[in-house]
Design a protein. Structure first.
Length: 190
């Protein structure tokens, strides 16, 4: 736990000089890079097909691609890409770490403090809510978003799934860098 926190803090401390969202990295990857630098075209297309149903209520302009390869800081990553882009440019990156909700909230609190120091004038939103995908209302998502003037966002979220949903999902932390185009798409409903 202590080592993970130090790694996360060092990661975010290096972002002090970042000027725009593409200057940020998760596991060495940035918005605007080609996902082909990290995955094969076959892997990407397979993941698009596999995750298609996750966003059945949205346009098919974007898709989420998962990489379950163990990384330095995160257990798995996911990427938002445009489906019609032959270069598979990255529009969003999520670093995910499975852990219990108590540990997740501690890590989240420390990351948020670090960001508040780095970006004192950035619009910050905190909340917790029960998502619509859990009709029981027992799943809770705790989140903090840092919203830039460009409408790009950095998000820190802790997921506390209901016991019924824990069969498919693990509680844990998600740290993401997402472009304003991705934010618009994620807010979209058909």
């Amino acid at each position: 736990m202590k080592a993970l926190f130090i790694v996360l803090v060092l990661f975010f401390s290096s972002l002090v000089f970042a000027e725009d969202i593409s200057d940020f990295e998760i596991e060495g990857m940035s918005i605007g890079e080609s996902l082909l630098d990290y995955m094969s075209e076959e892997e990407i297309k397979s993941e698009i097909e596999w995750s298609n149903d996750n966003y059945h209520y949205k346009s098919k302009d974007f898709a989420e691609v998962y990489s379950f390869k163990k990384r330095e800081m995160y257990e798995y990553l996911s990427f938002i890409i445009k489906t019609d882009d032959i270069n598979f440019l990255i529009y969003g990156i999520y670093g995910n770490l499975d852990n219990n909700i108590e540990e997740c909230l501690k890590i989240k609190k420390n990351i948020v403090k670090e960001f508040e120091t780095i970006f004192p004038n950035t619009n910050k939103r905190d909340s917790k809510f029960s998502p619509s995908f859990d009709p029981s209302g027992k799943t809770i998502i705790y989140y903090t978003y840092f919203i830039f003037d460009t409408k790009d966002e950095i998000q820190i979220e802790c997921f506390d799934y209901s016991k019924d949903l824990e069969v498919k999902n693990a509680d844990g932390l998600a740290v993401s860098i997402i472009s304003h185009k991705t934010v618009s798409w994620l807010k979209q409903a058909l």
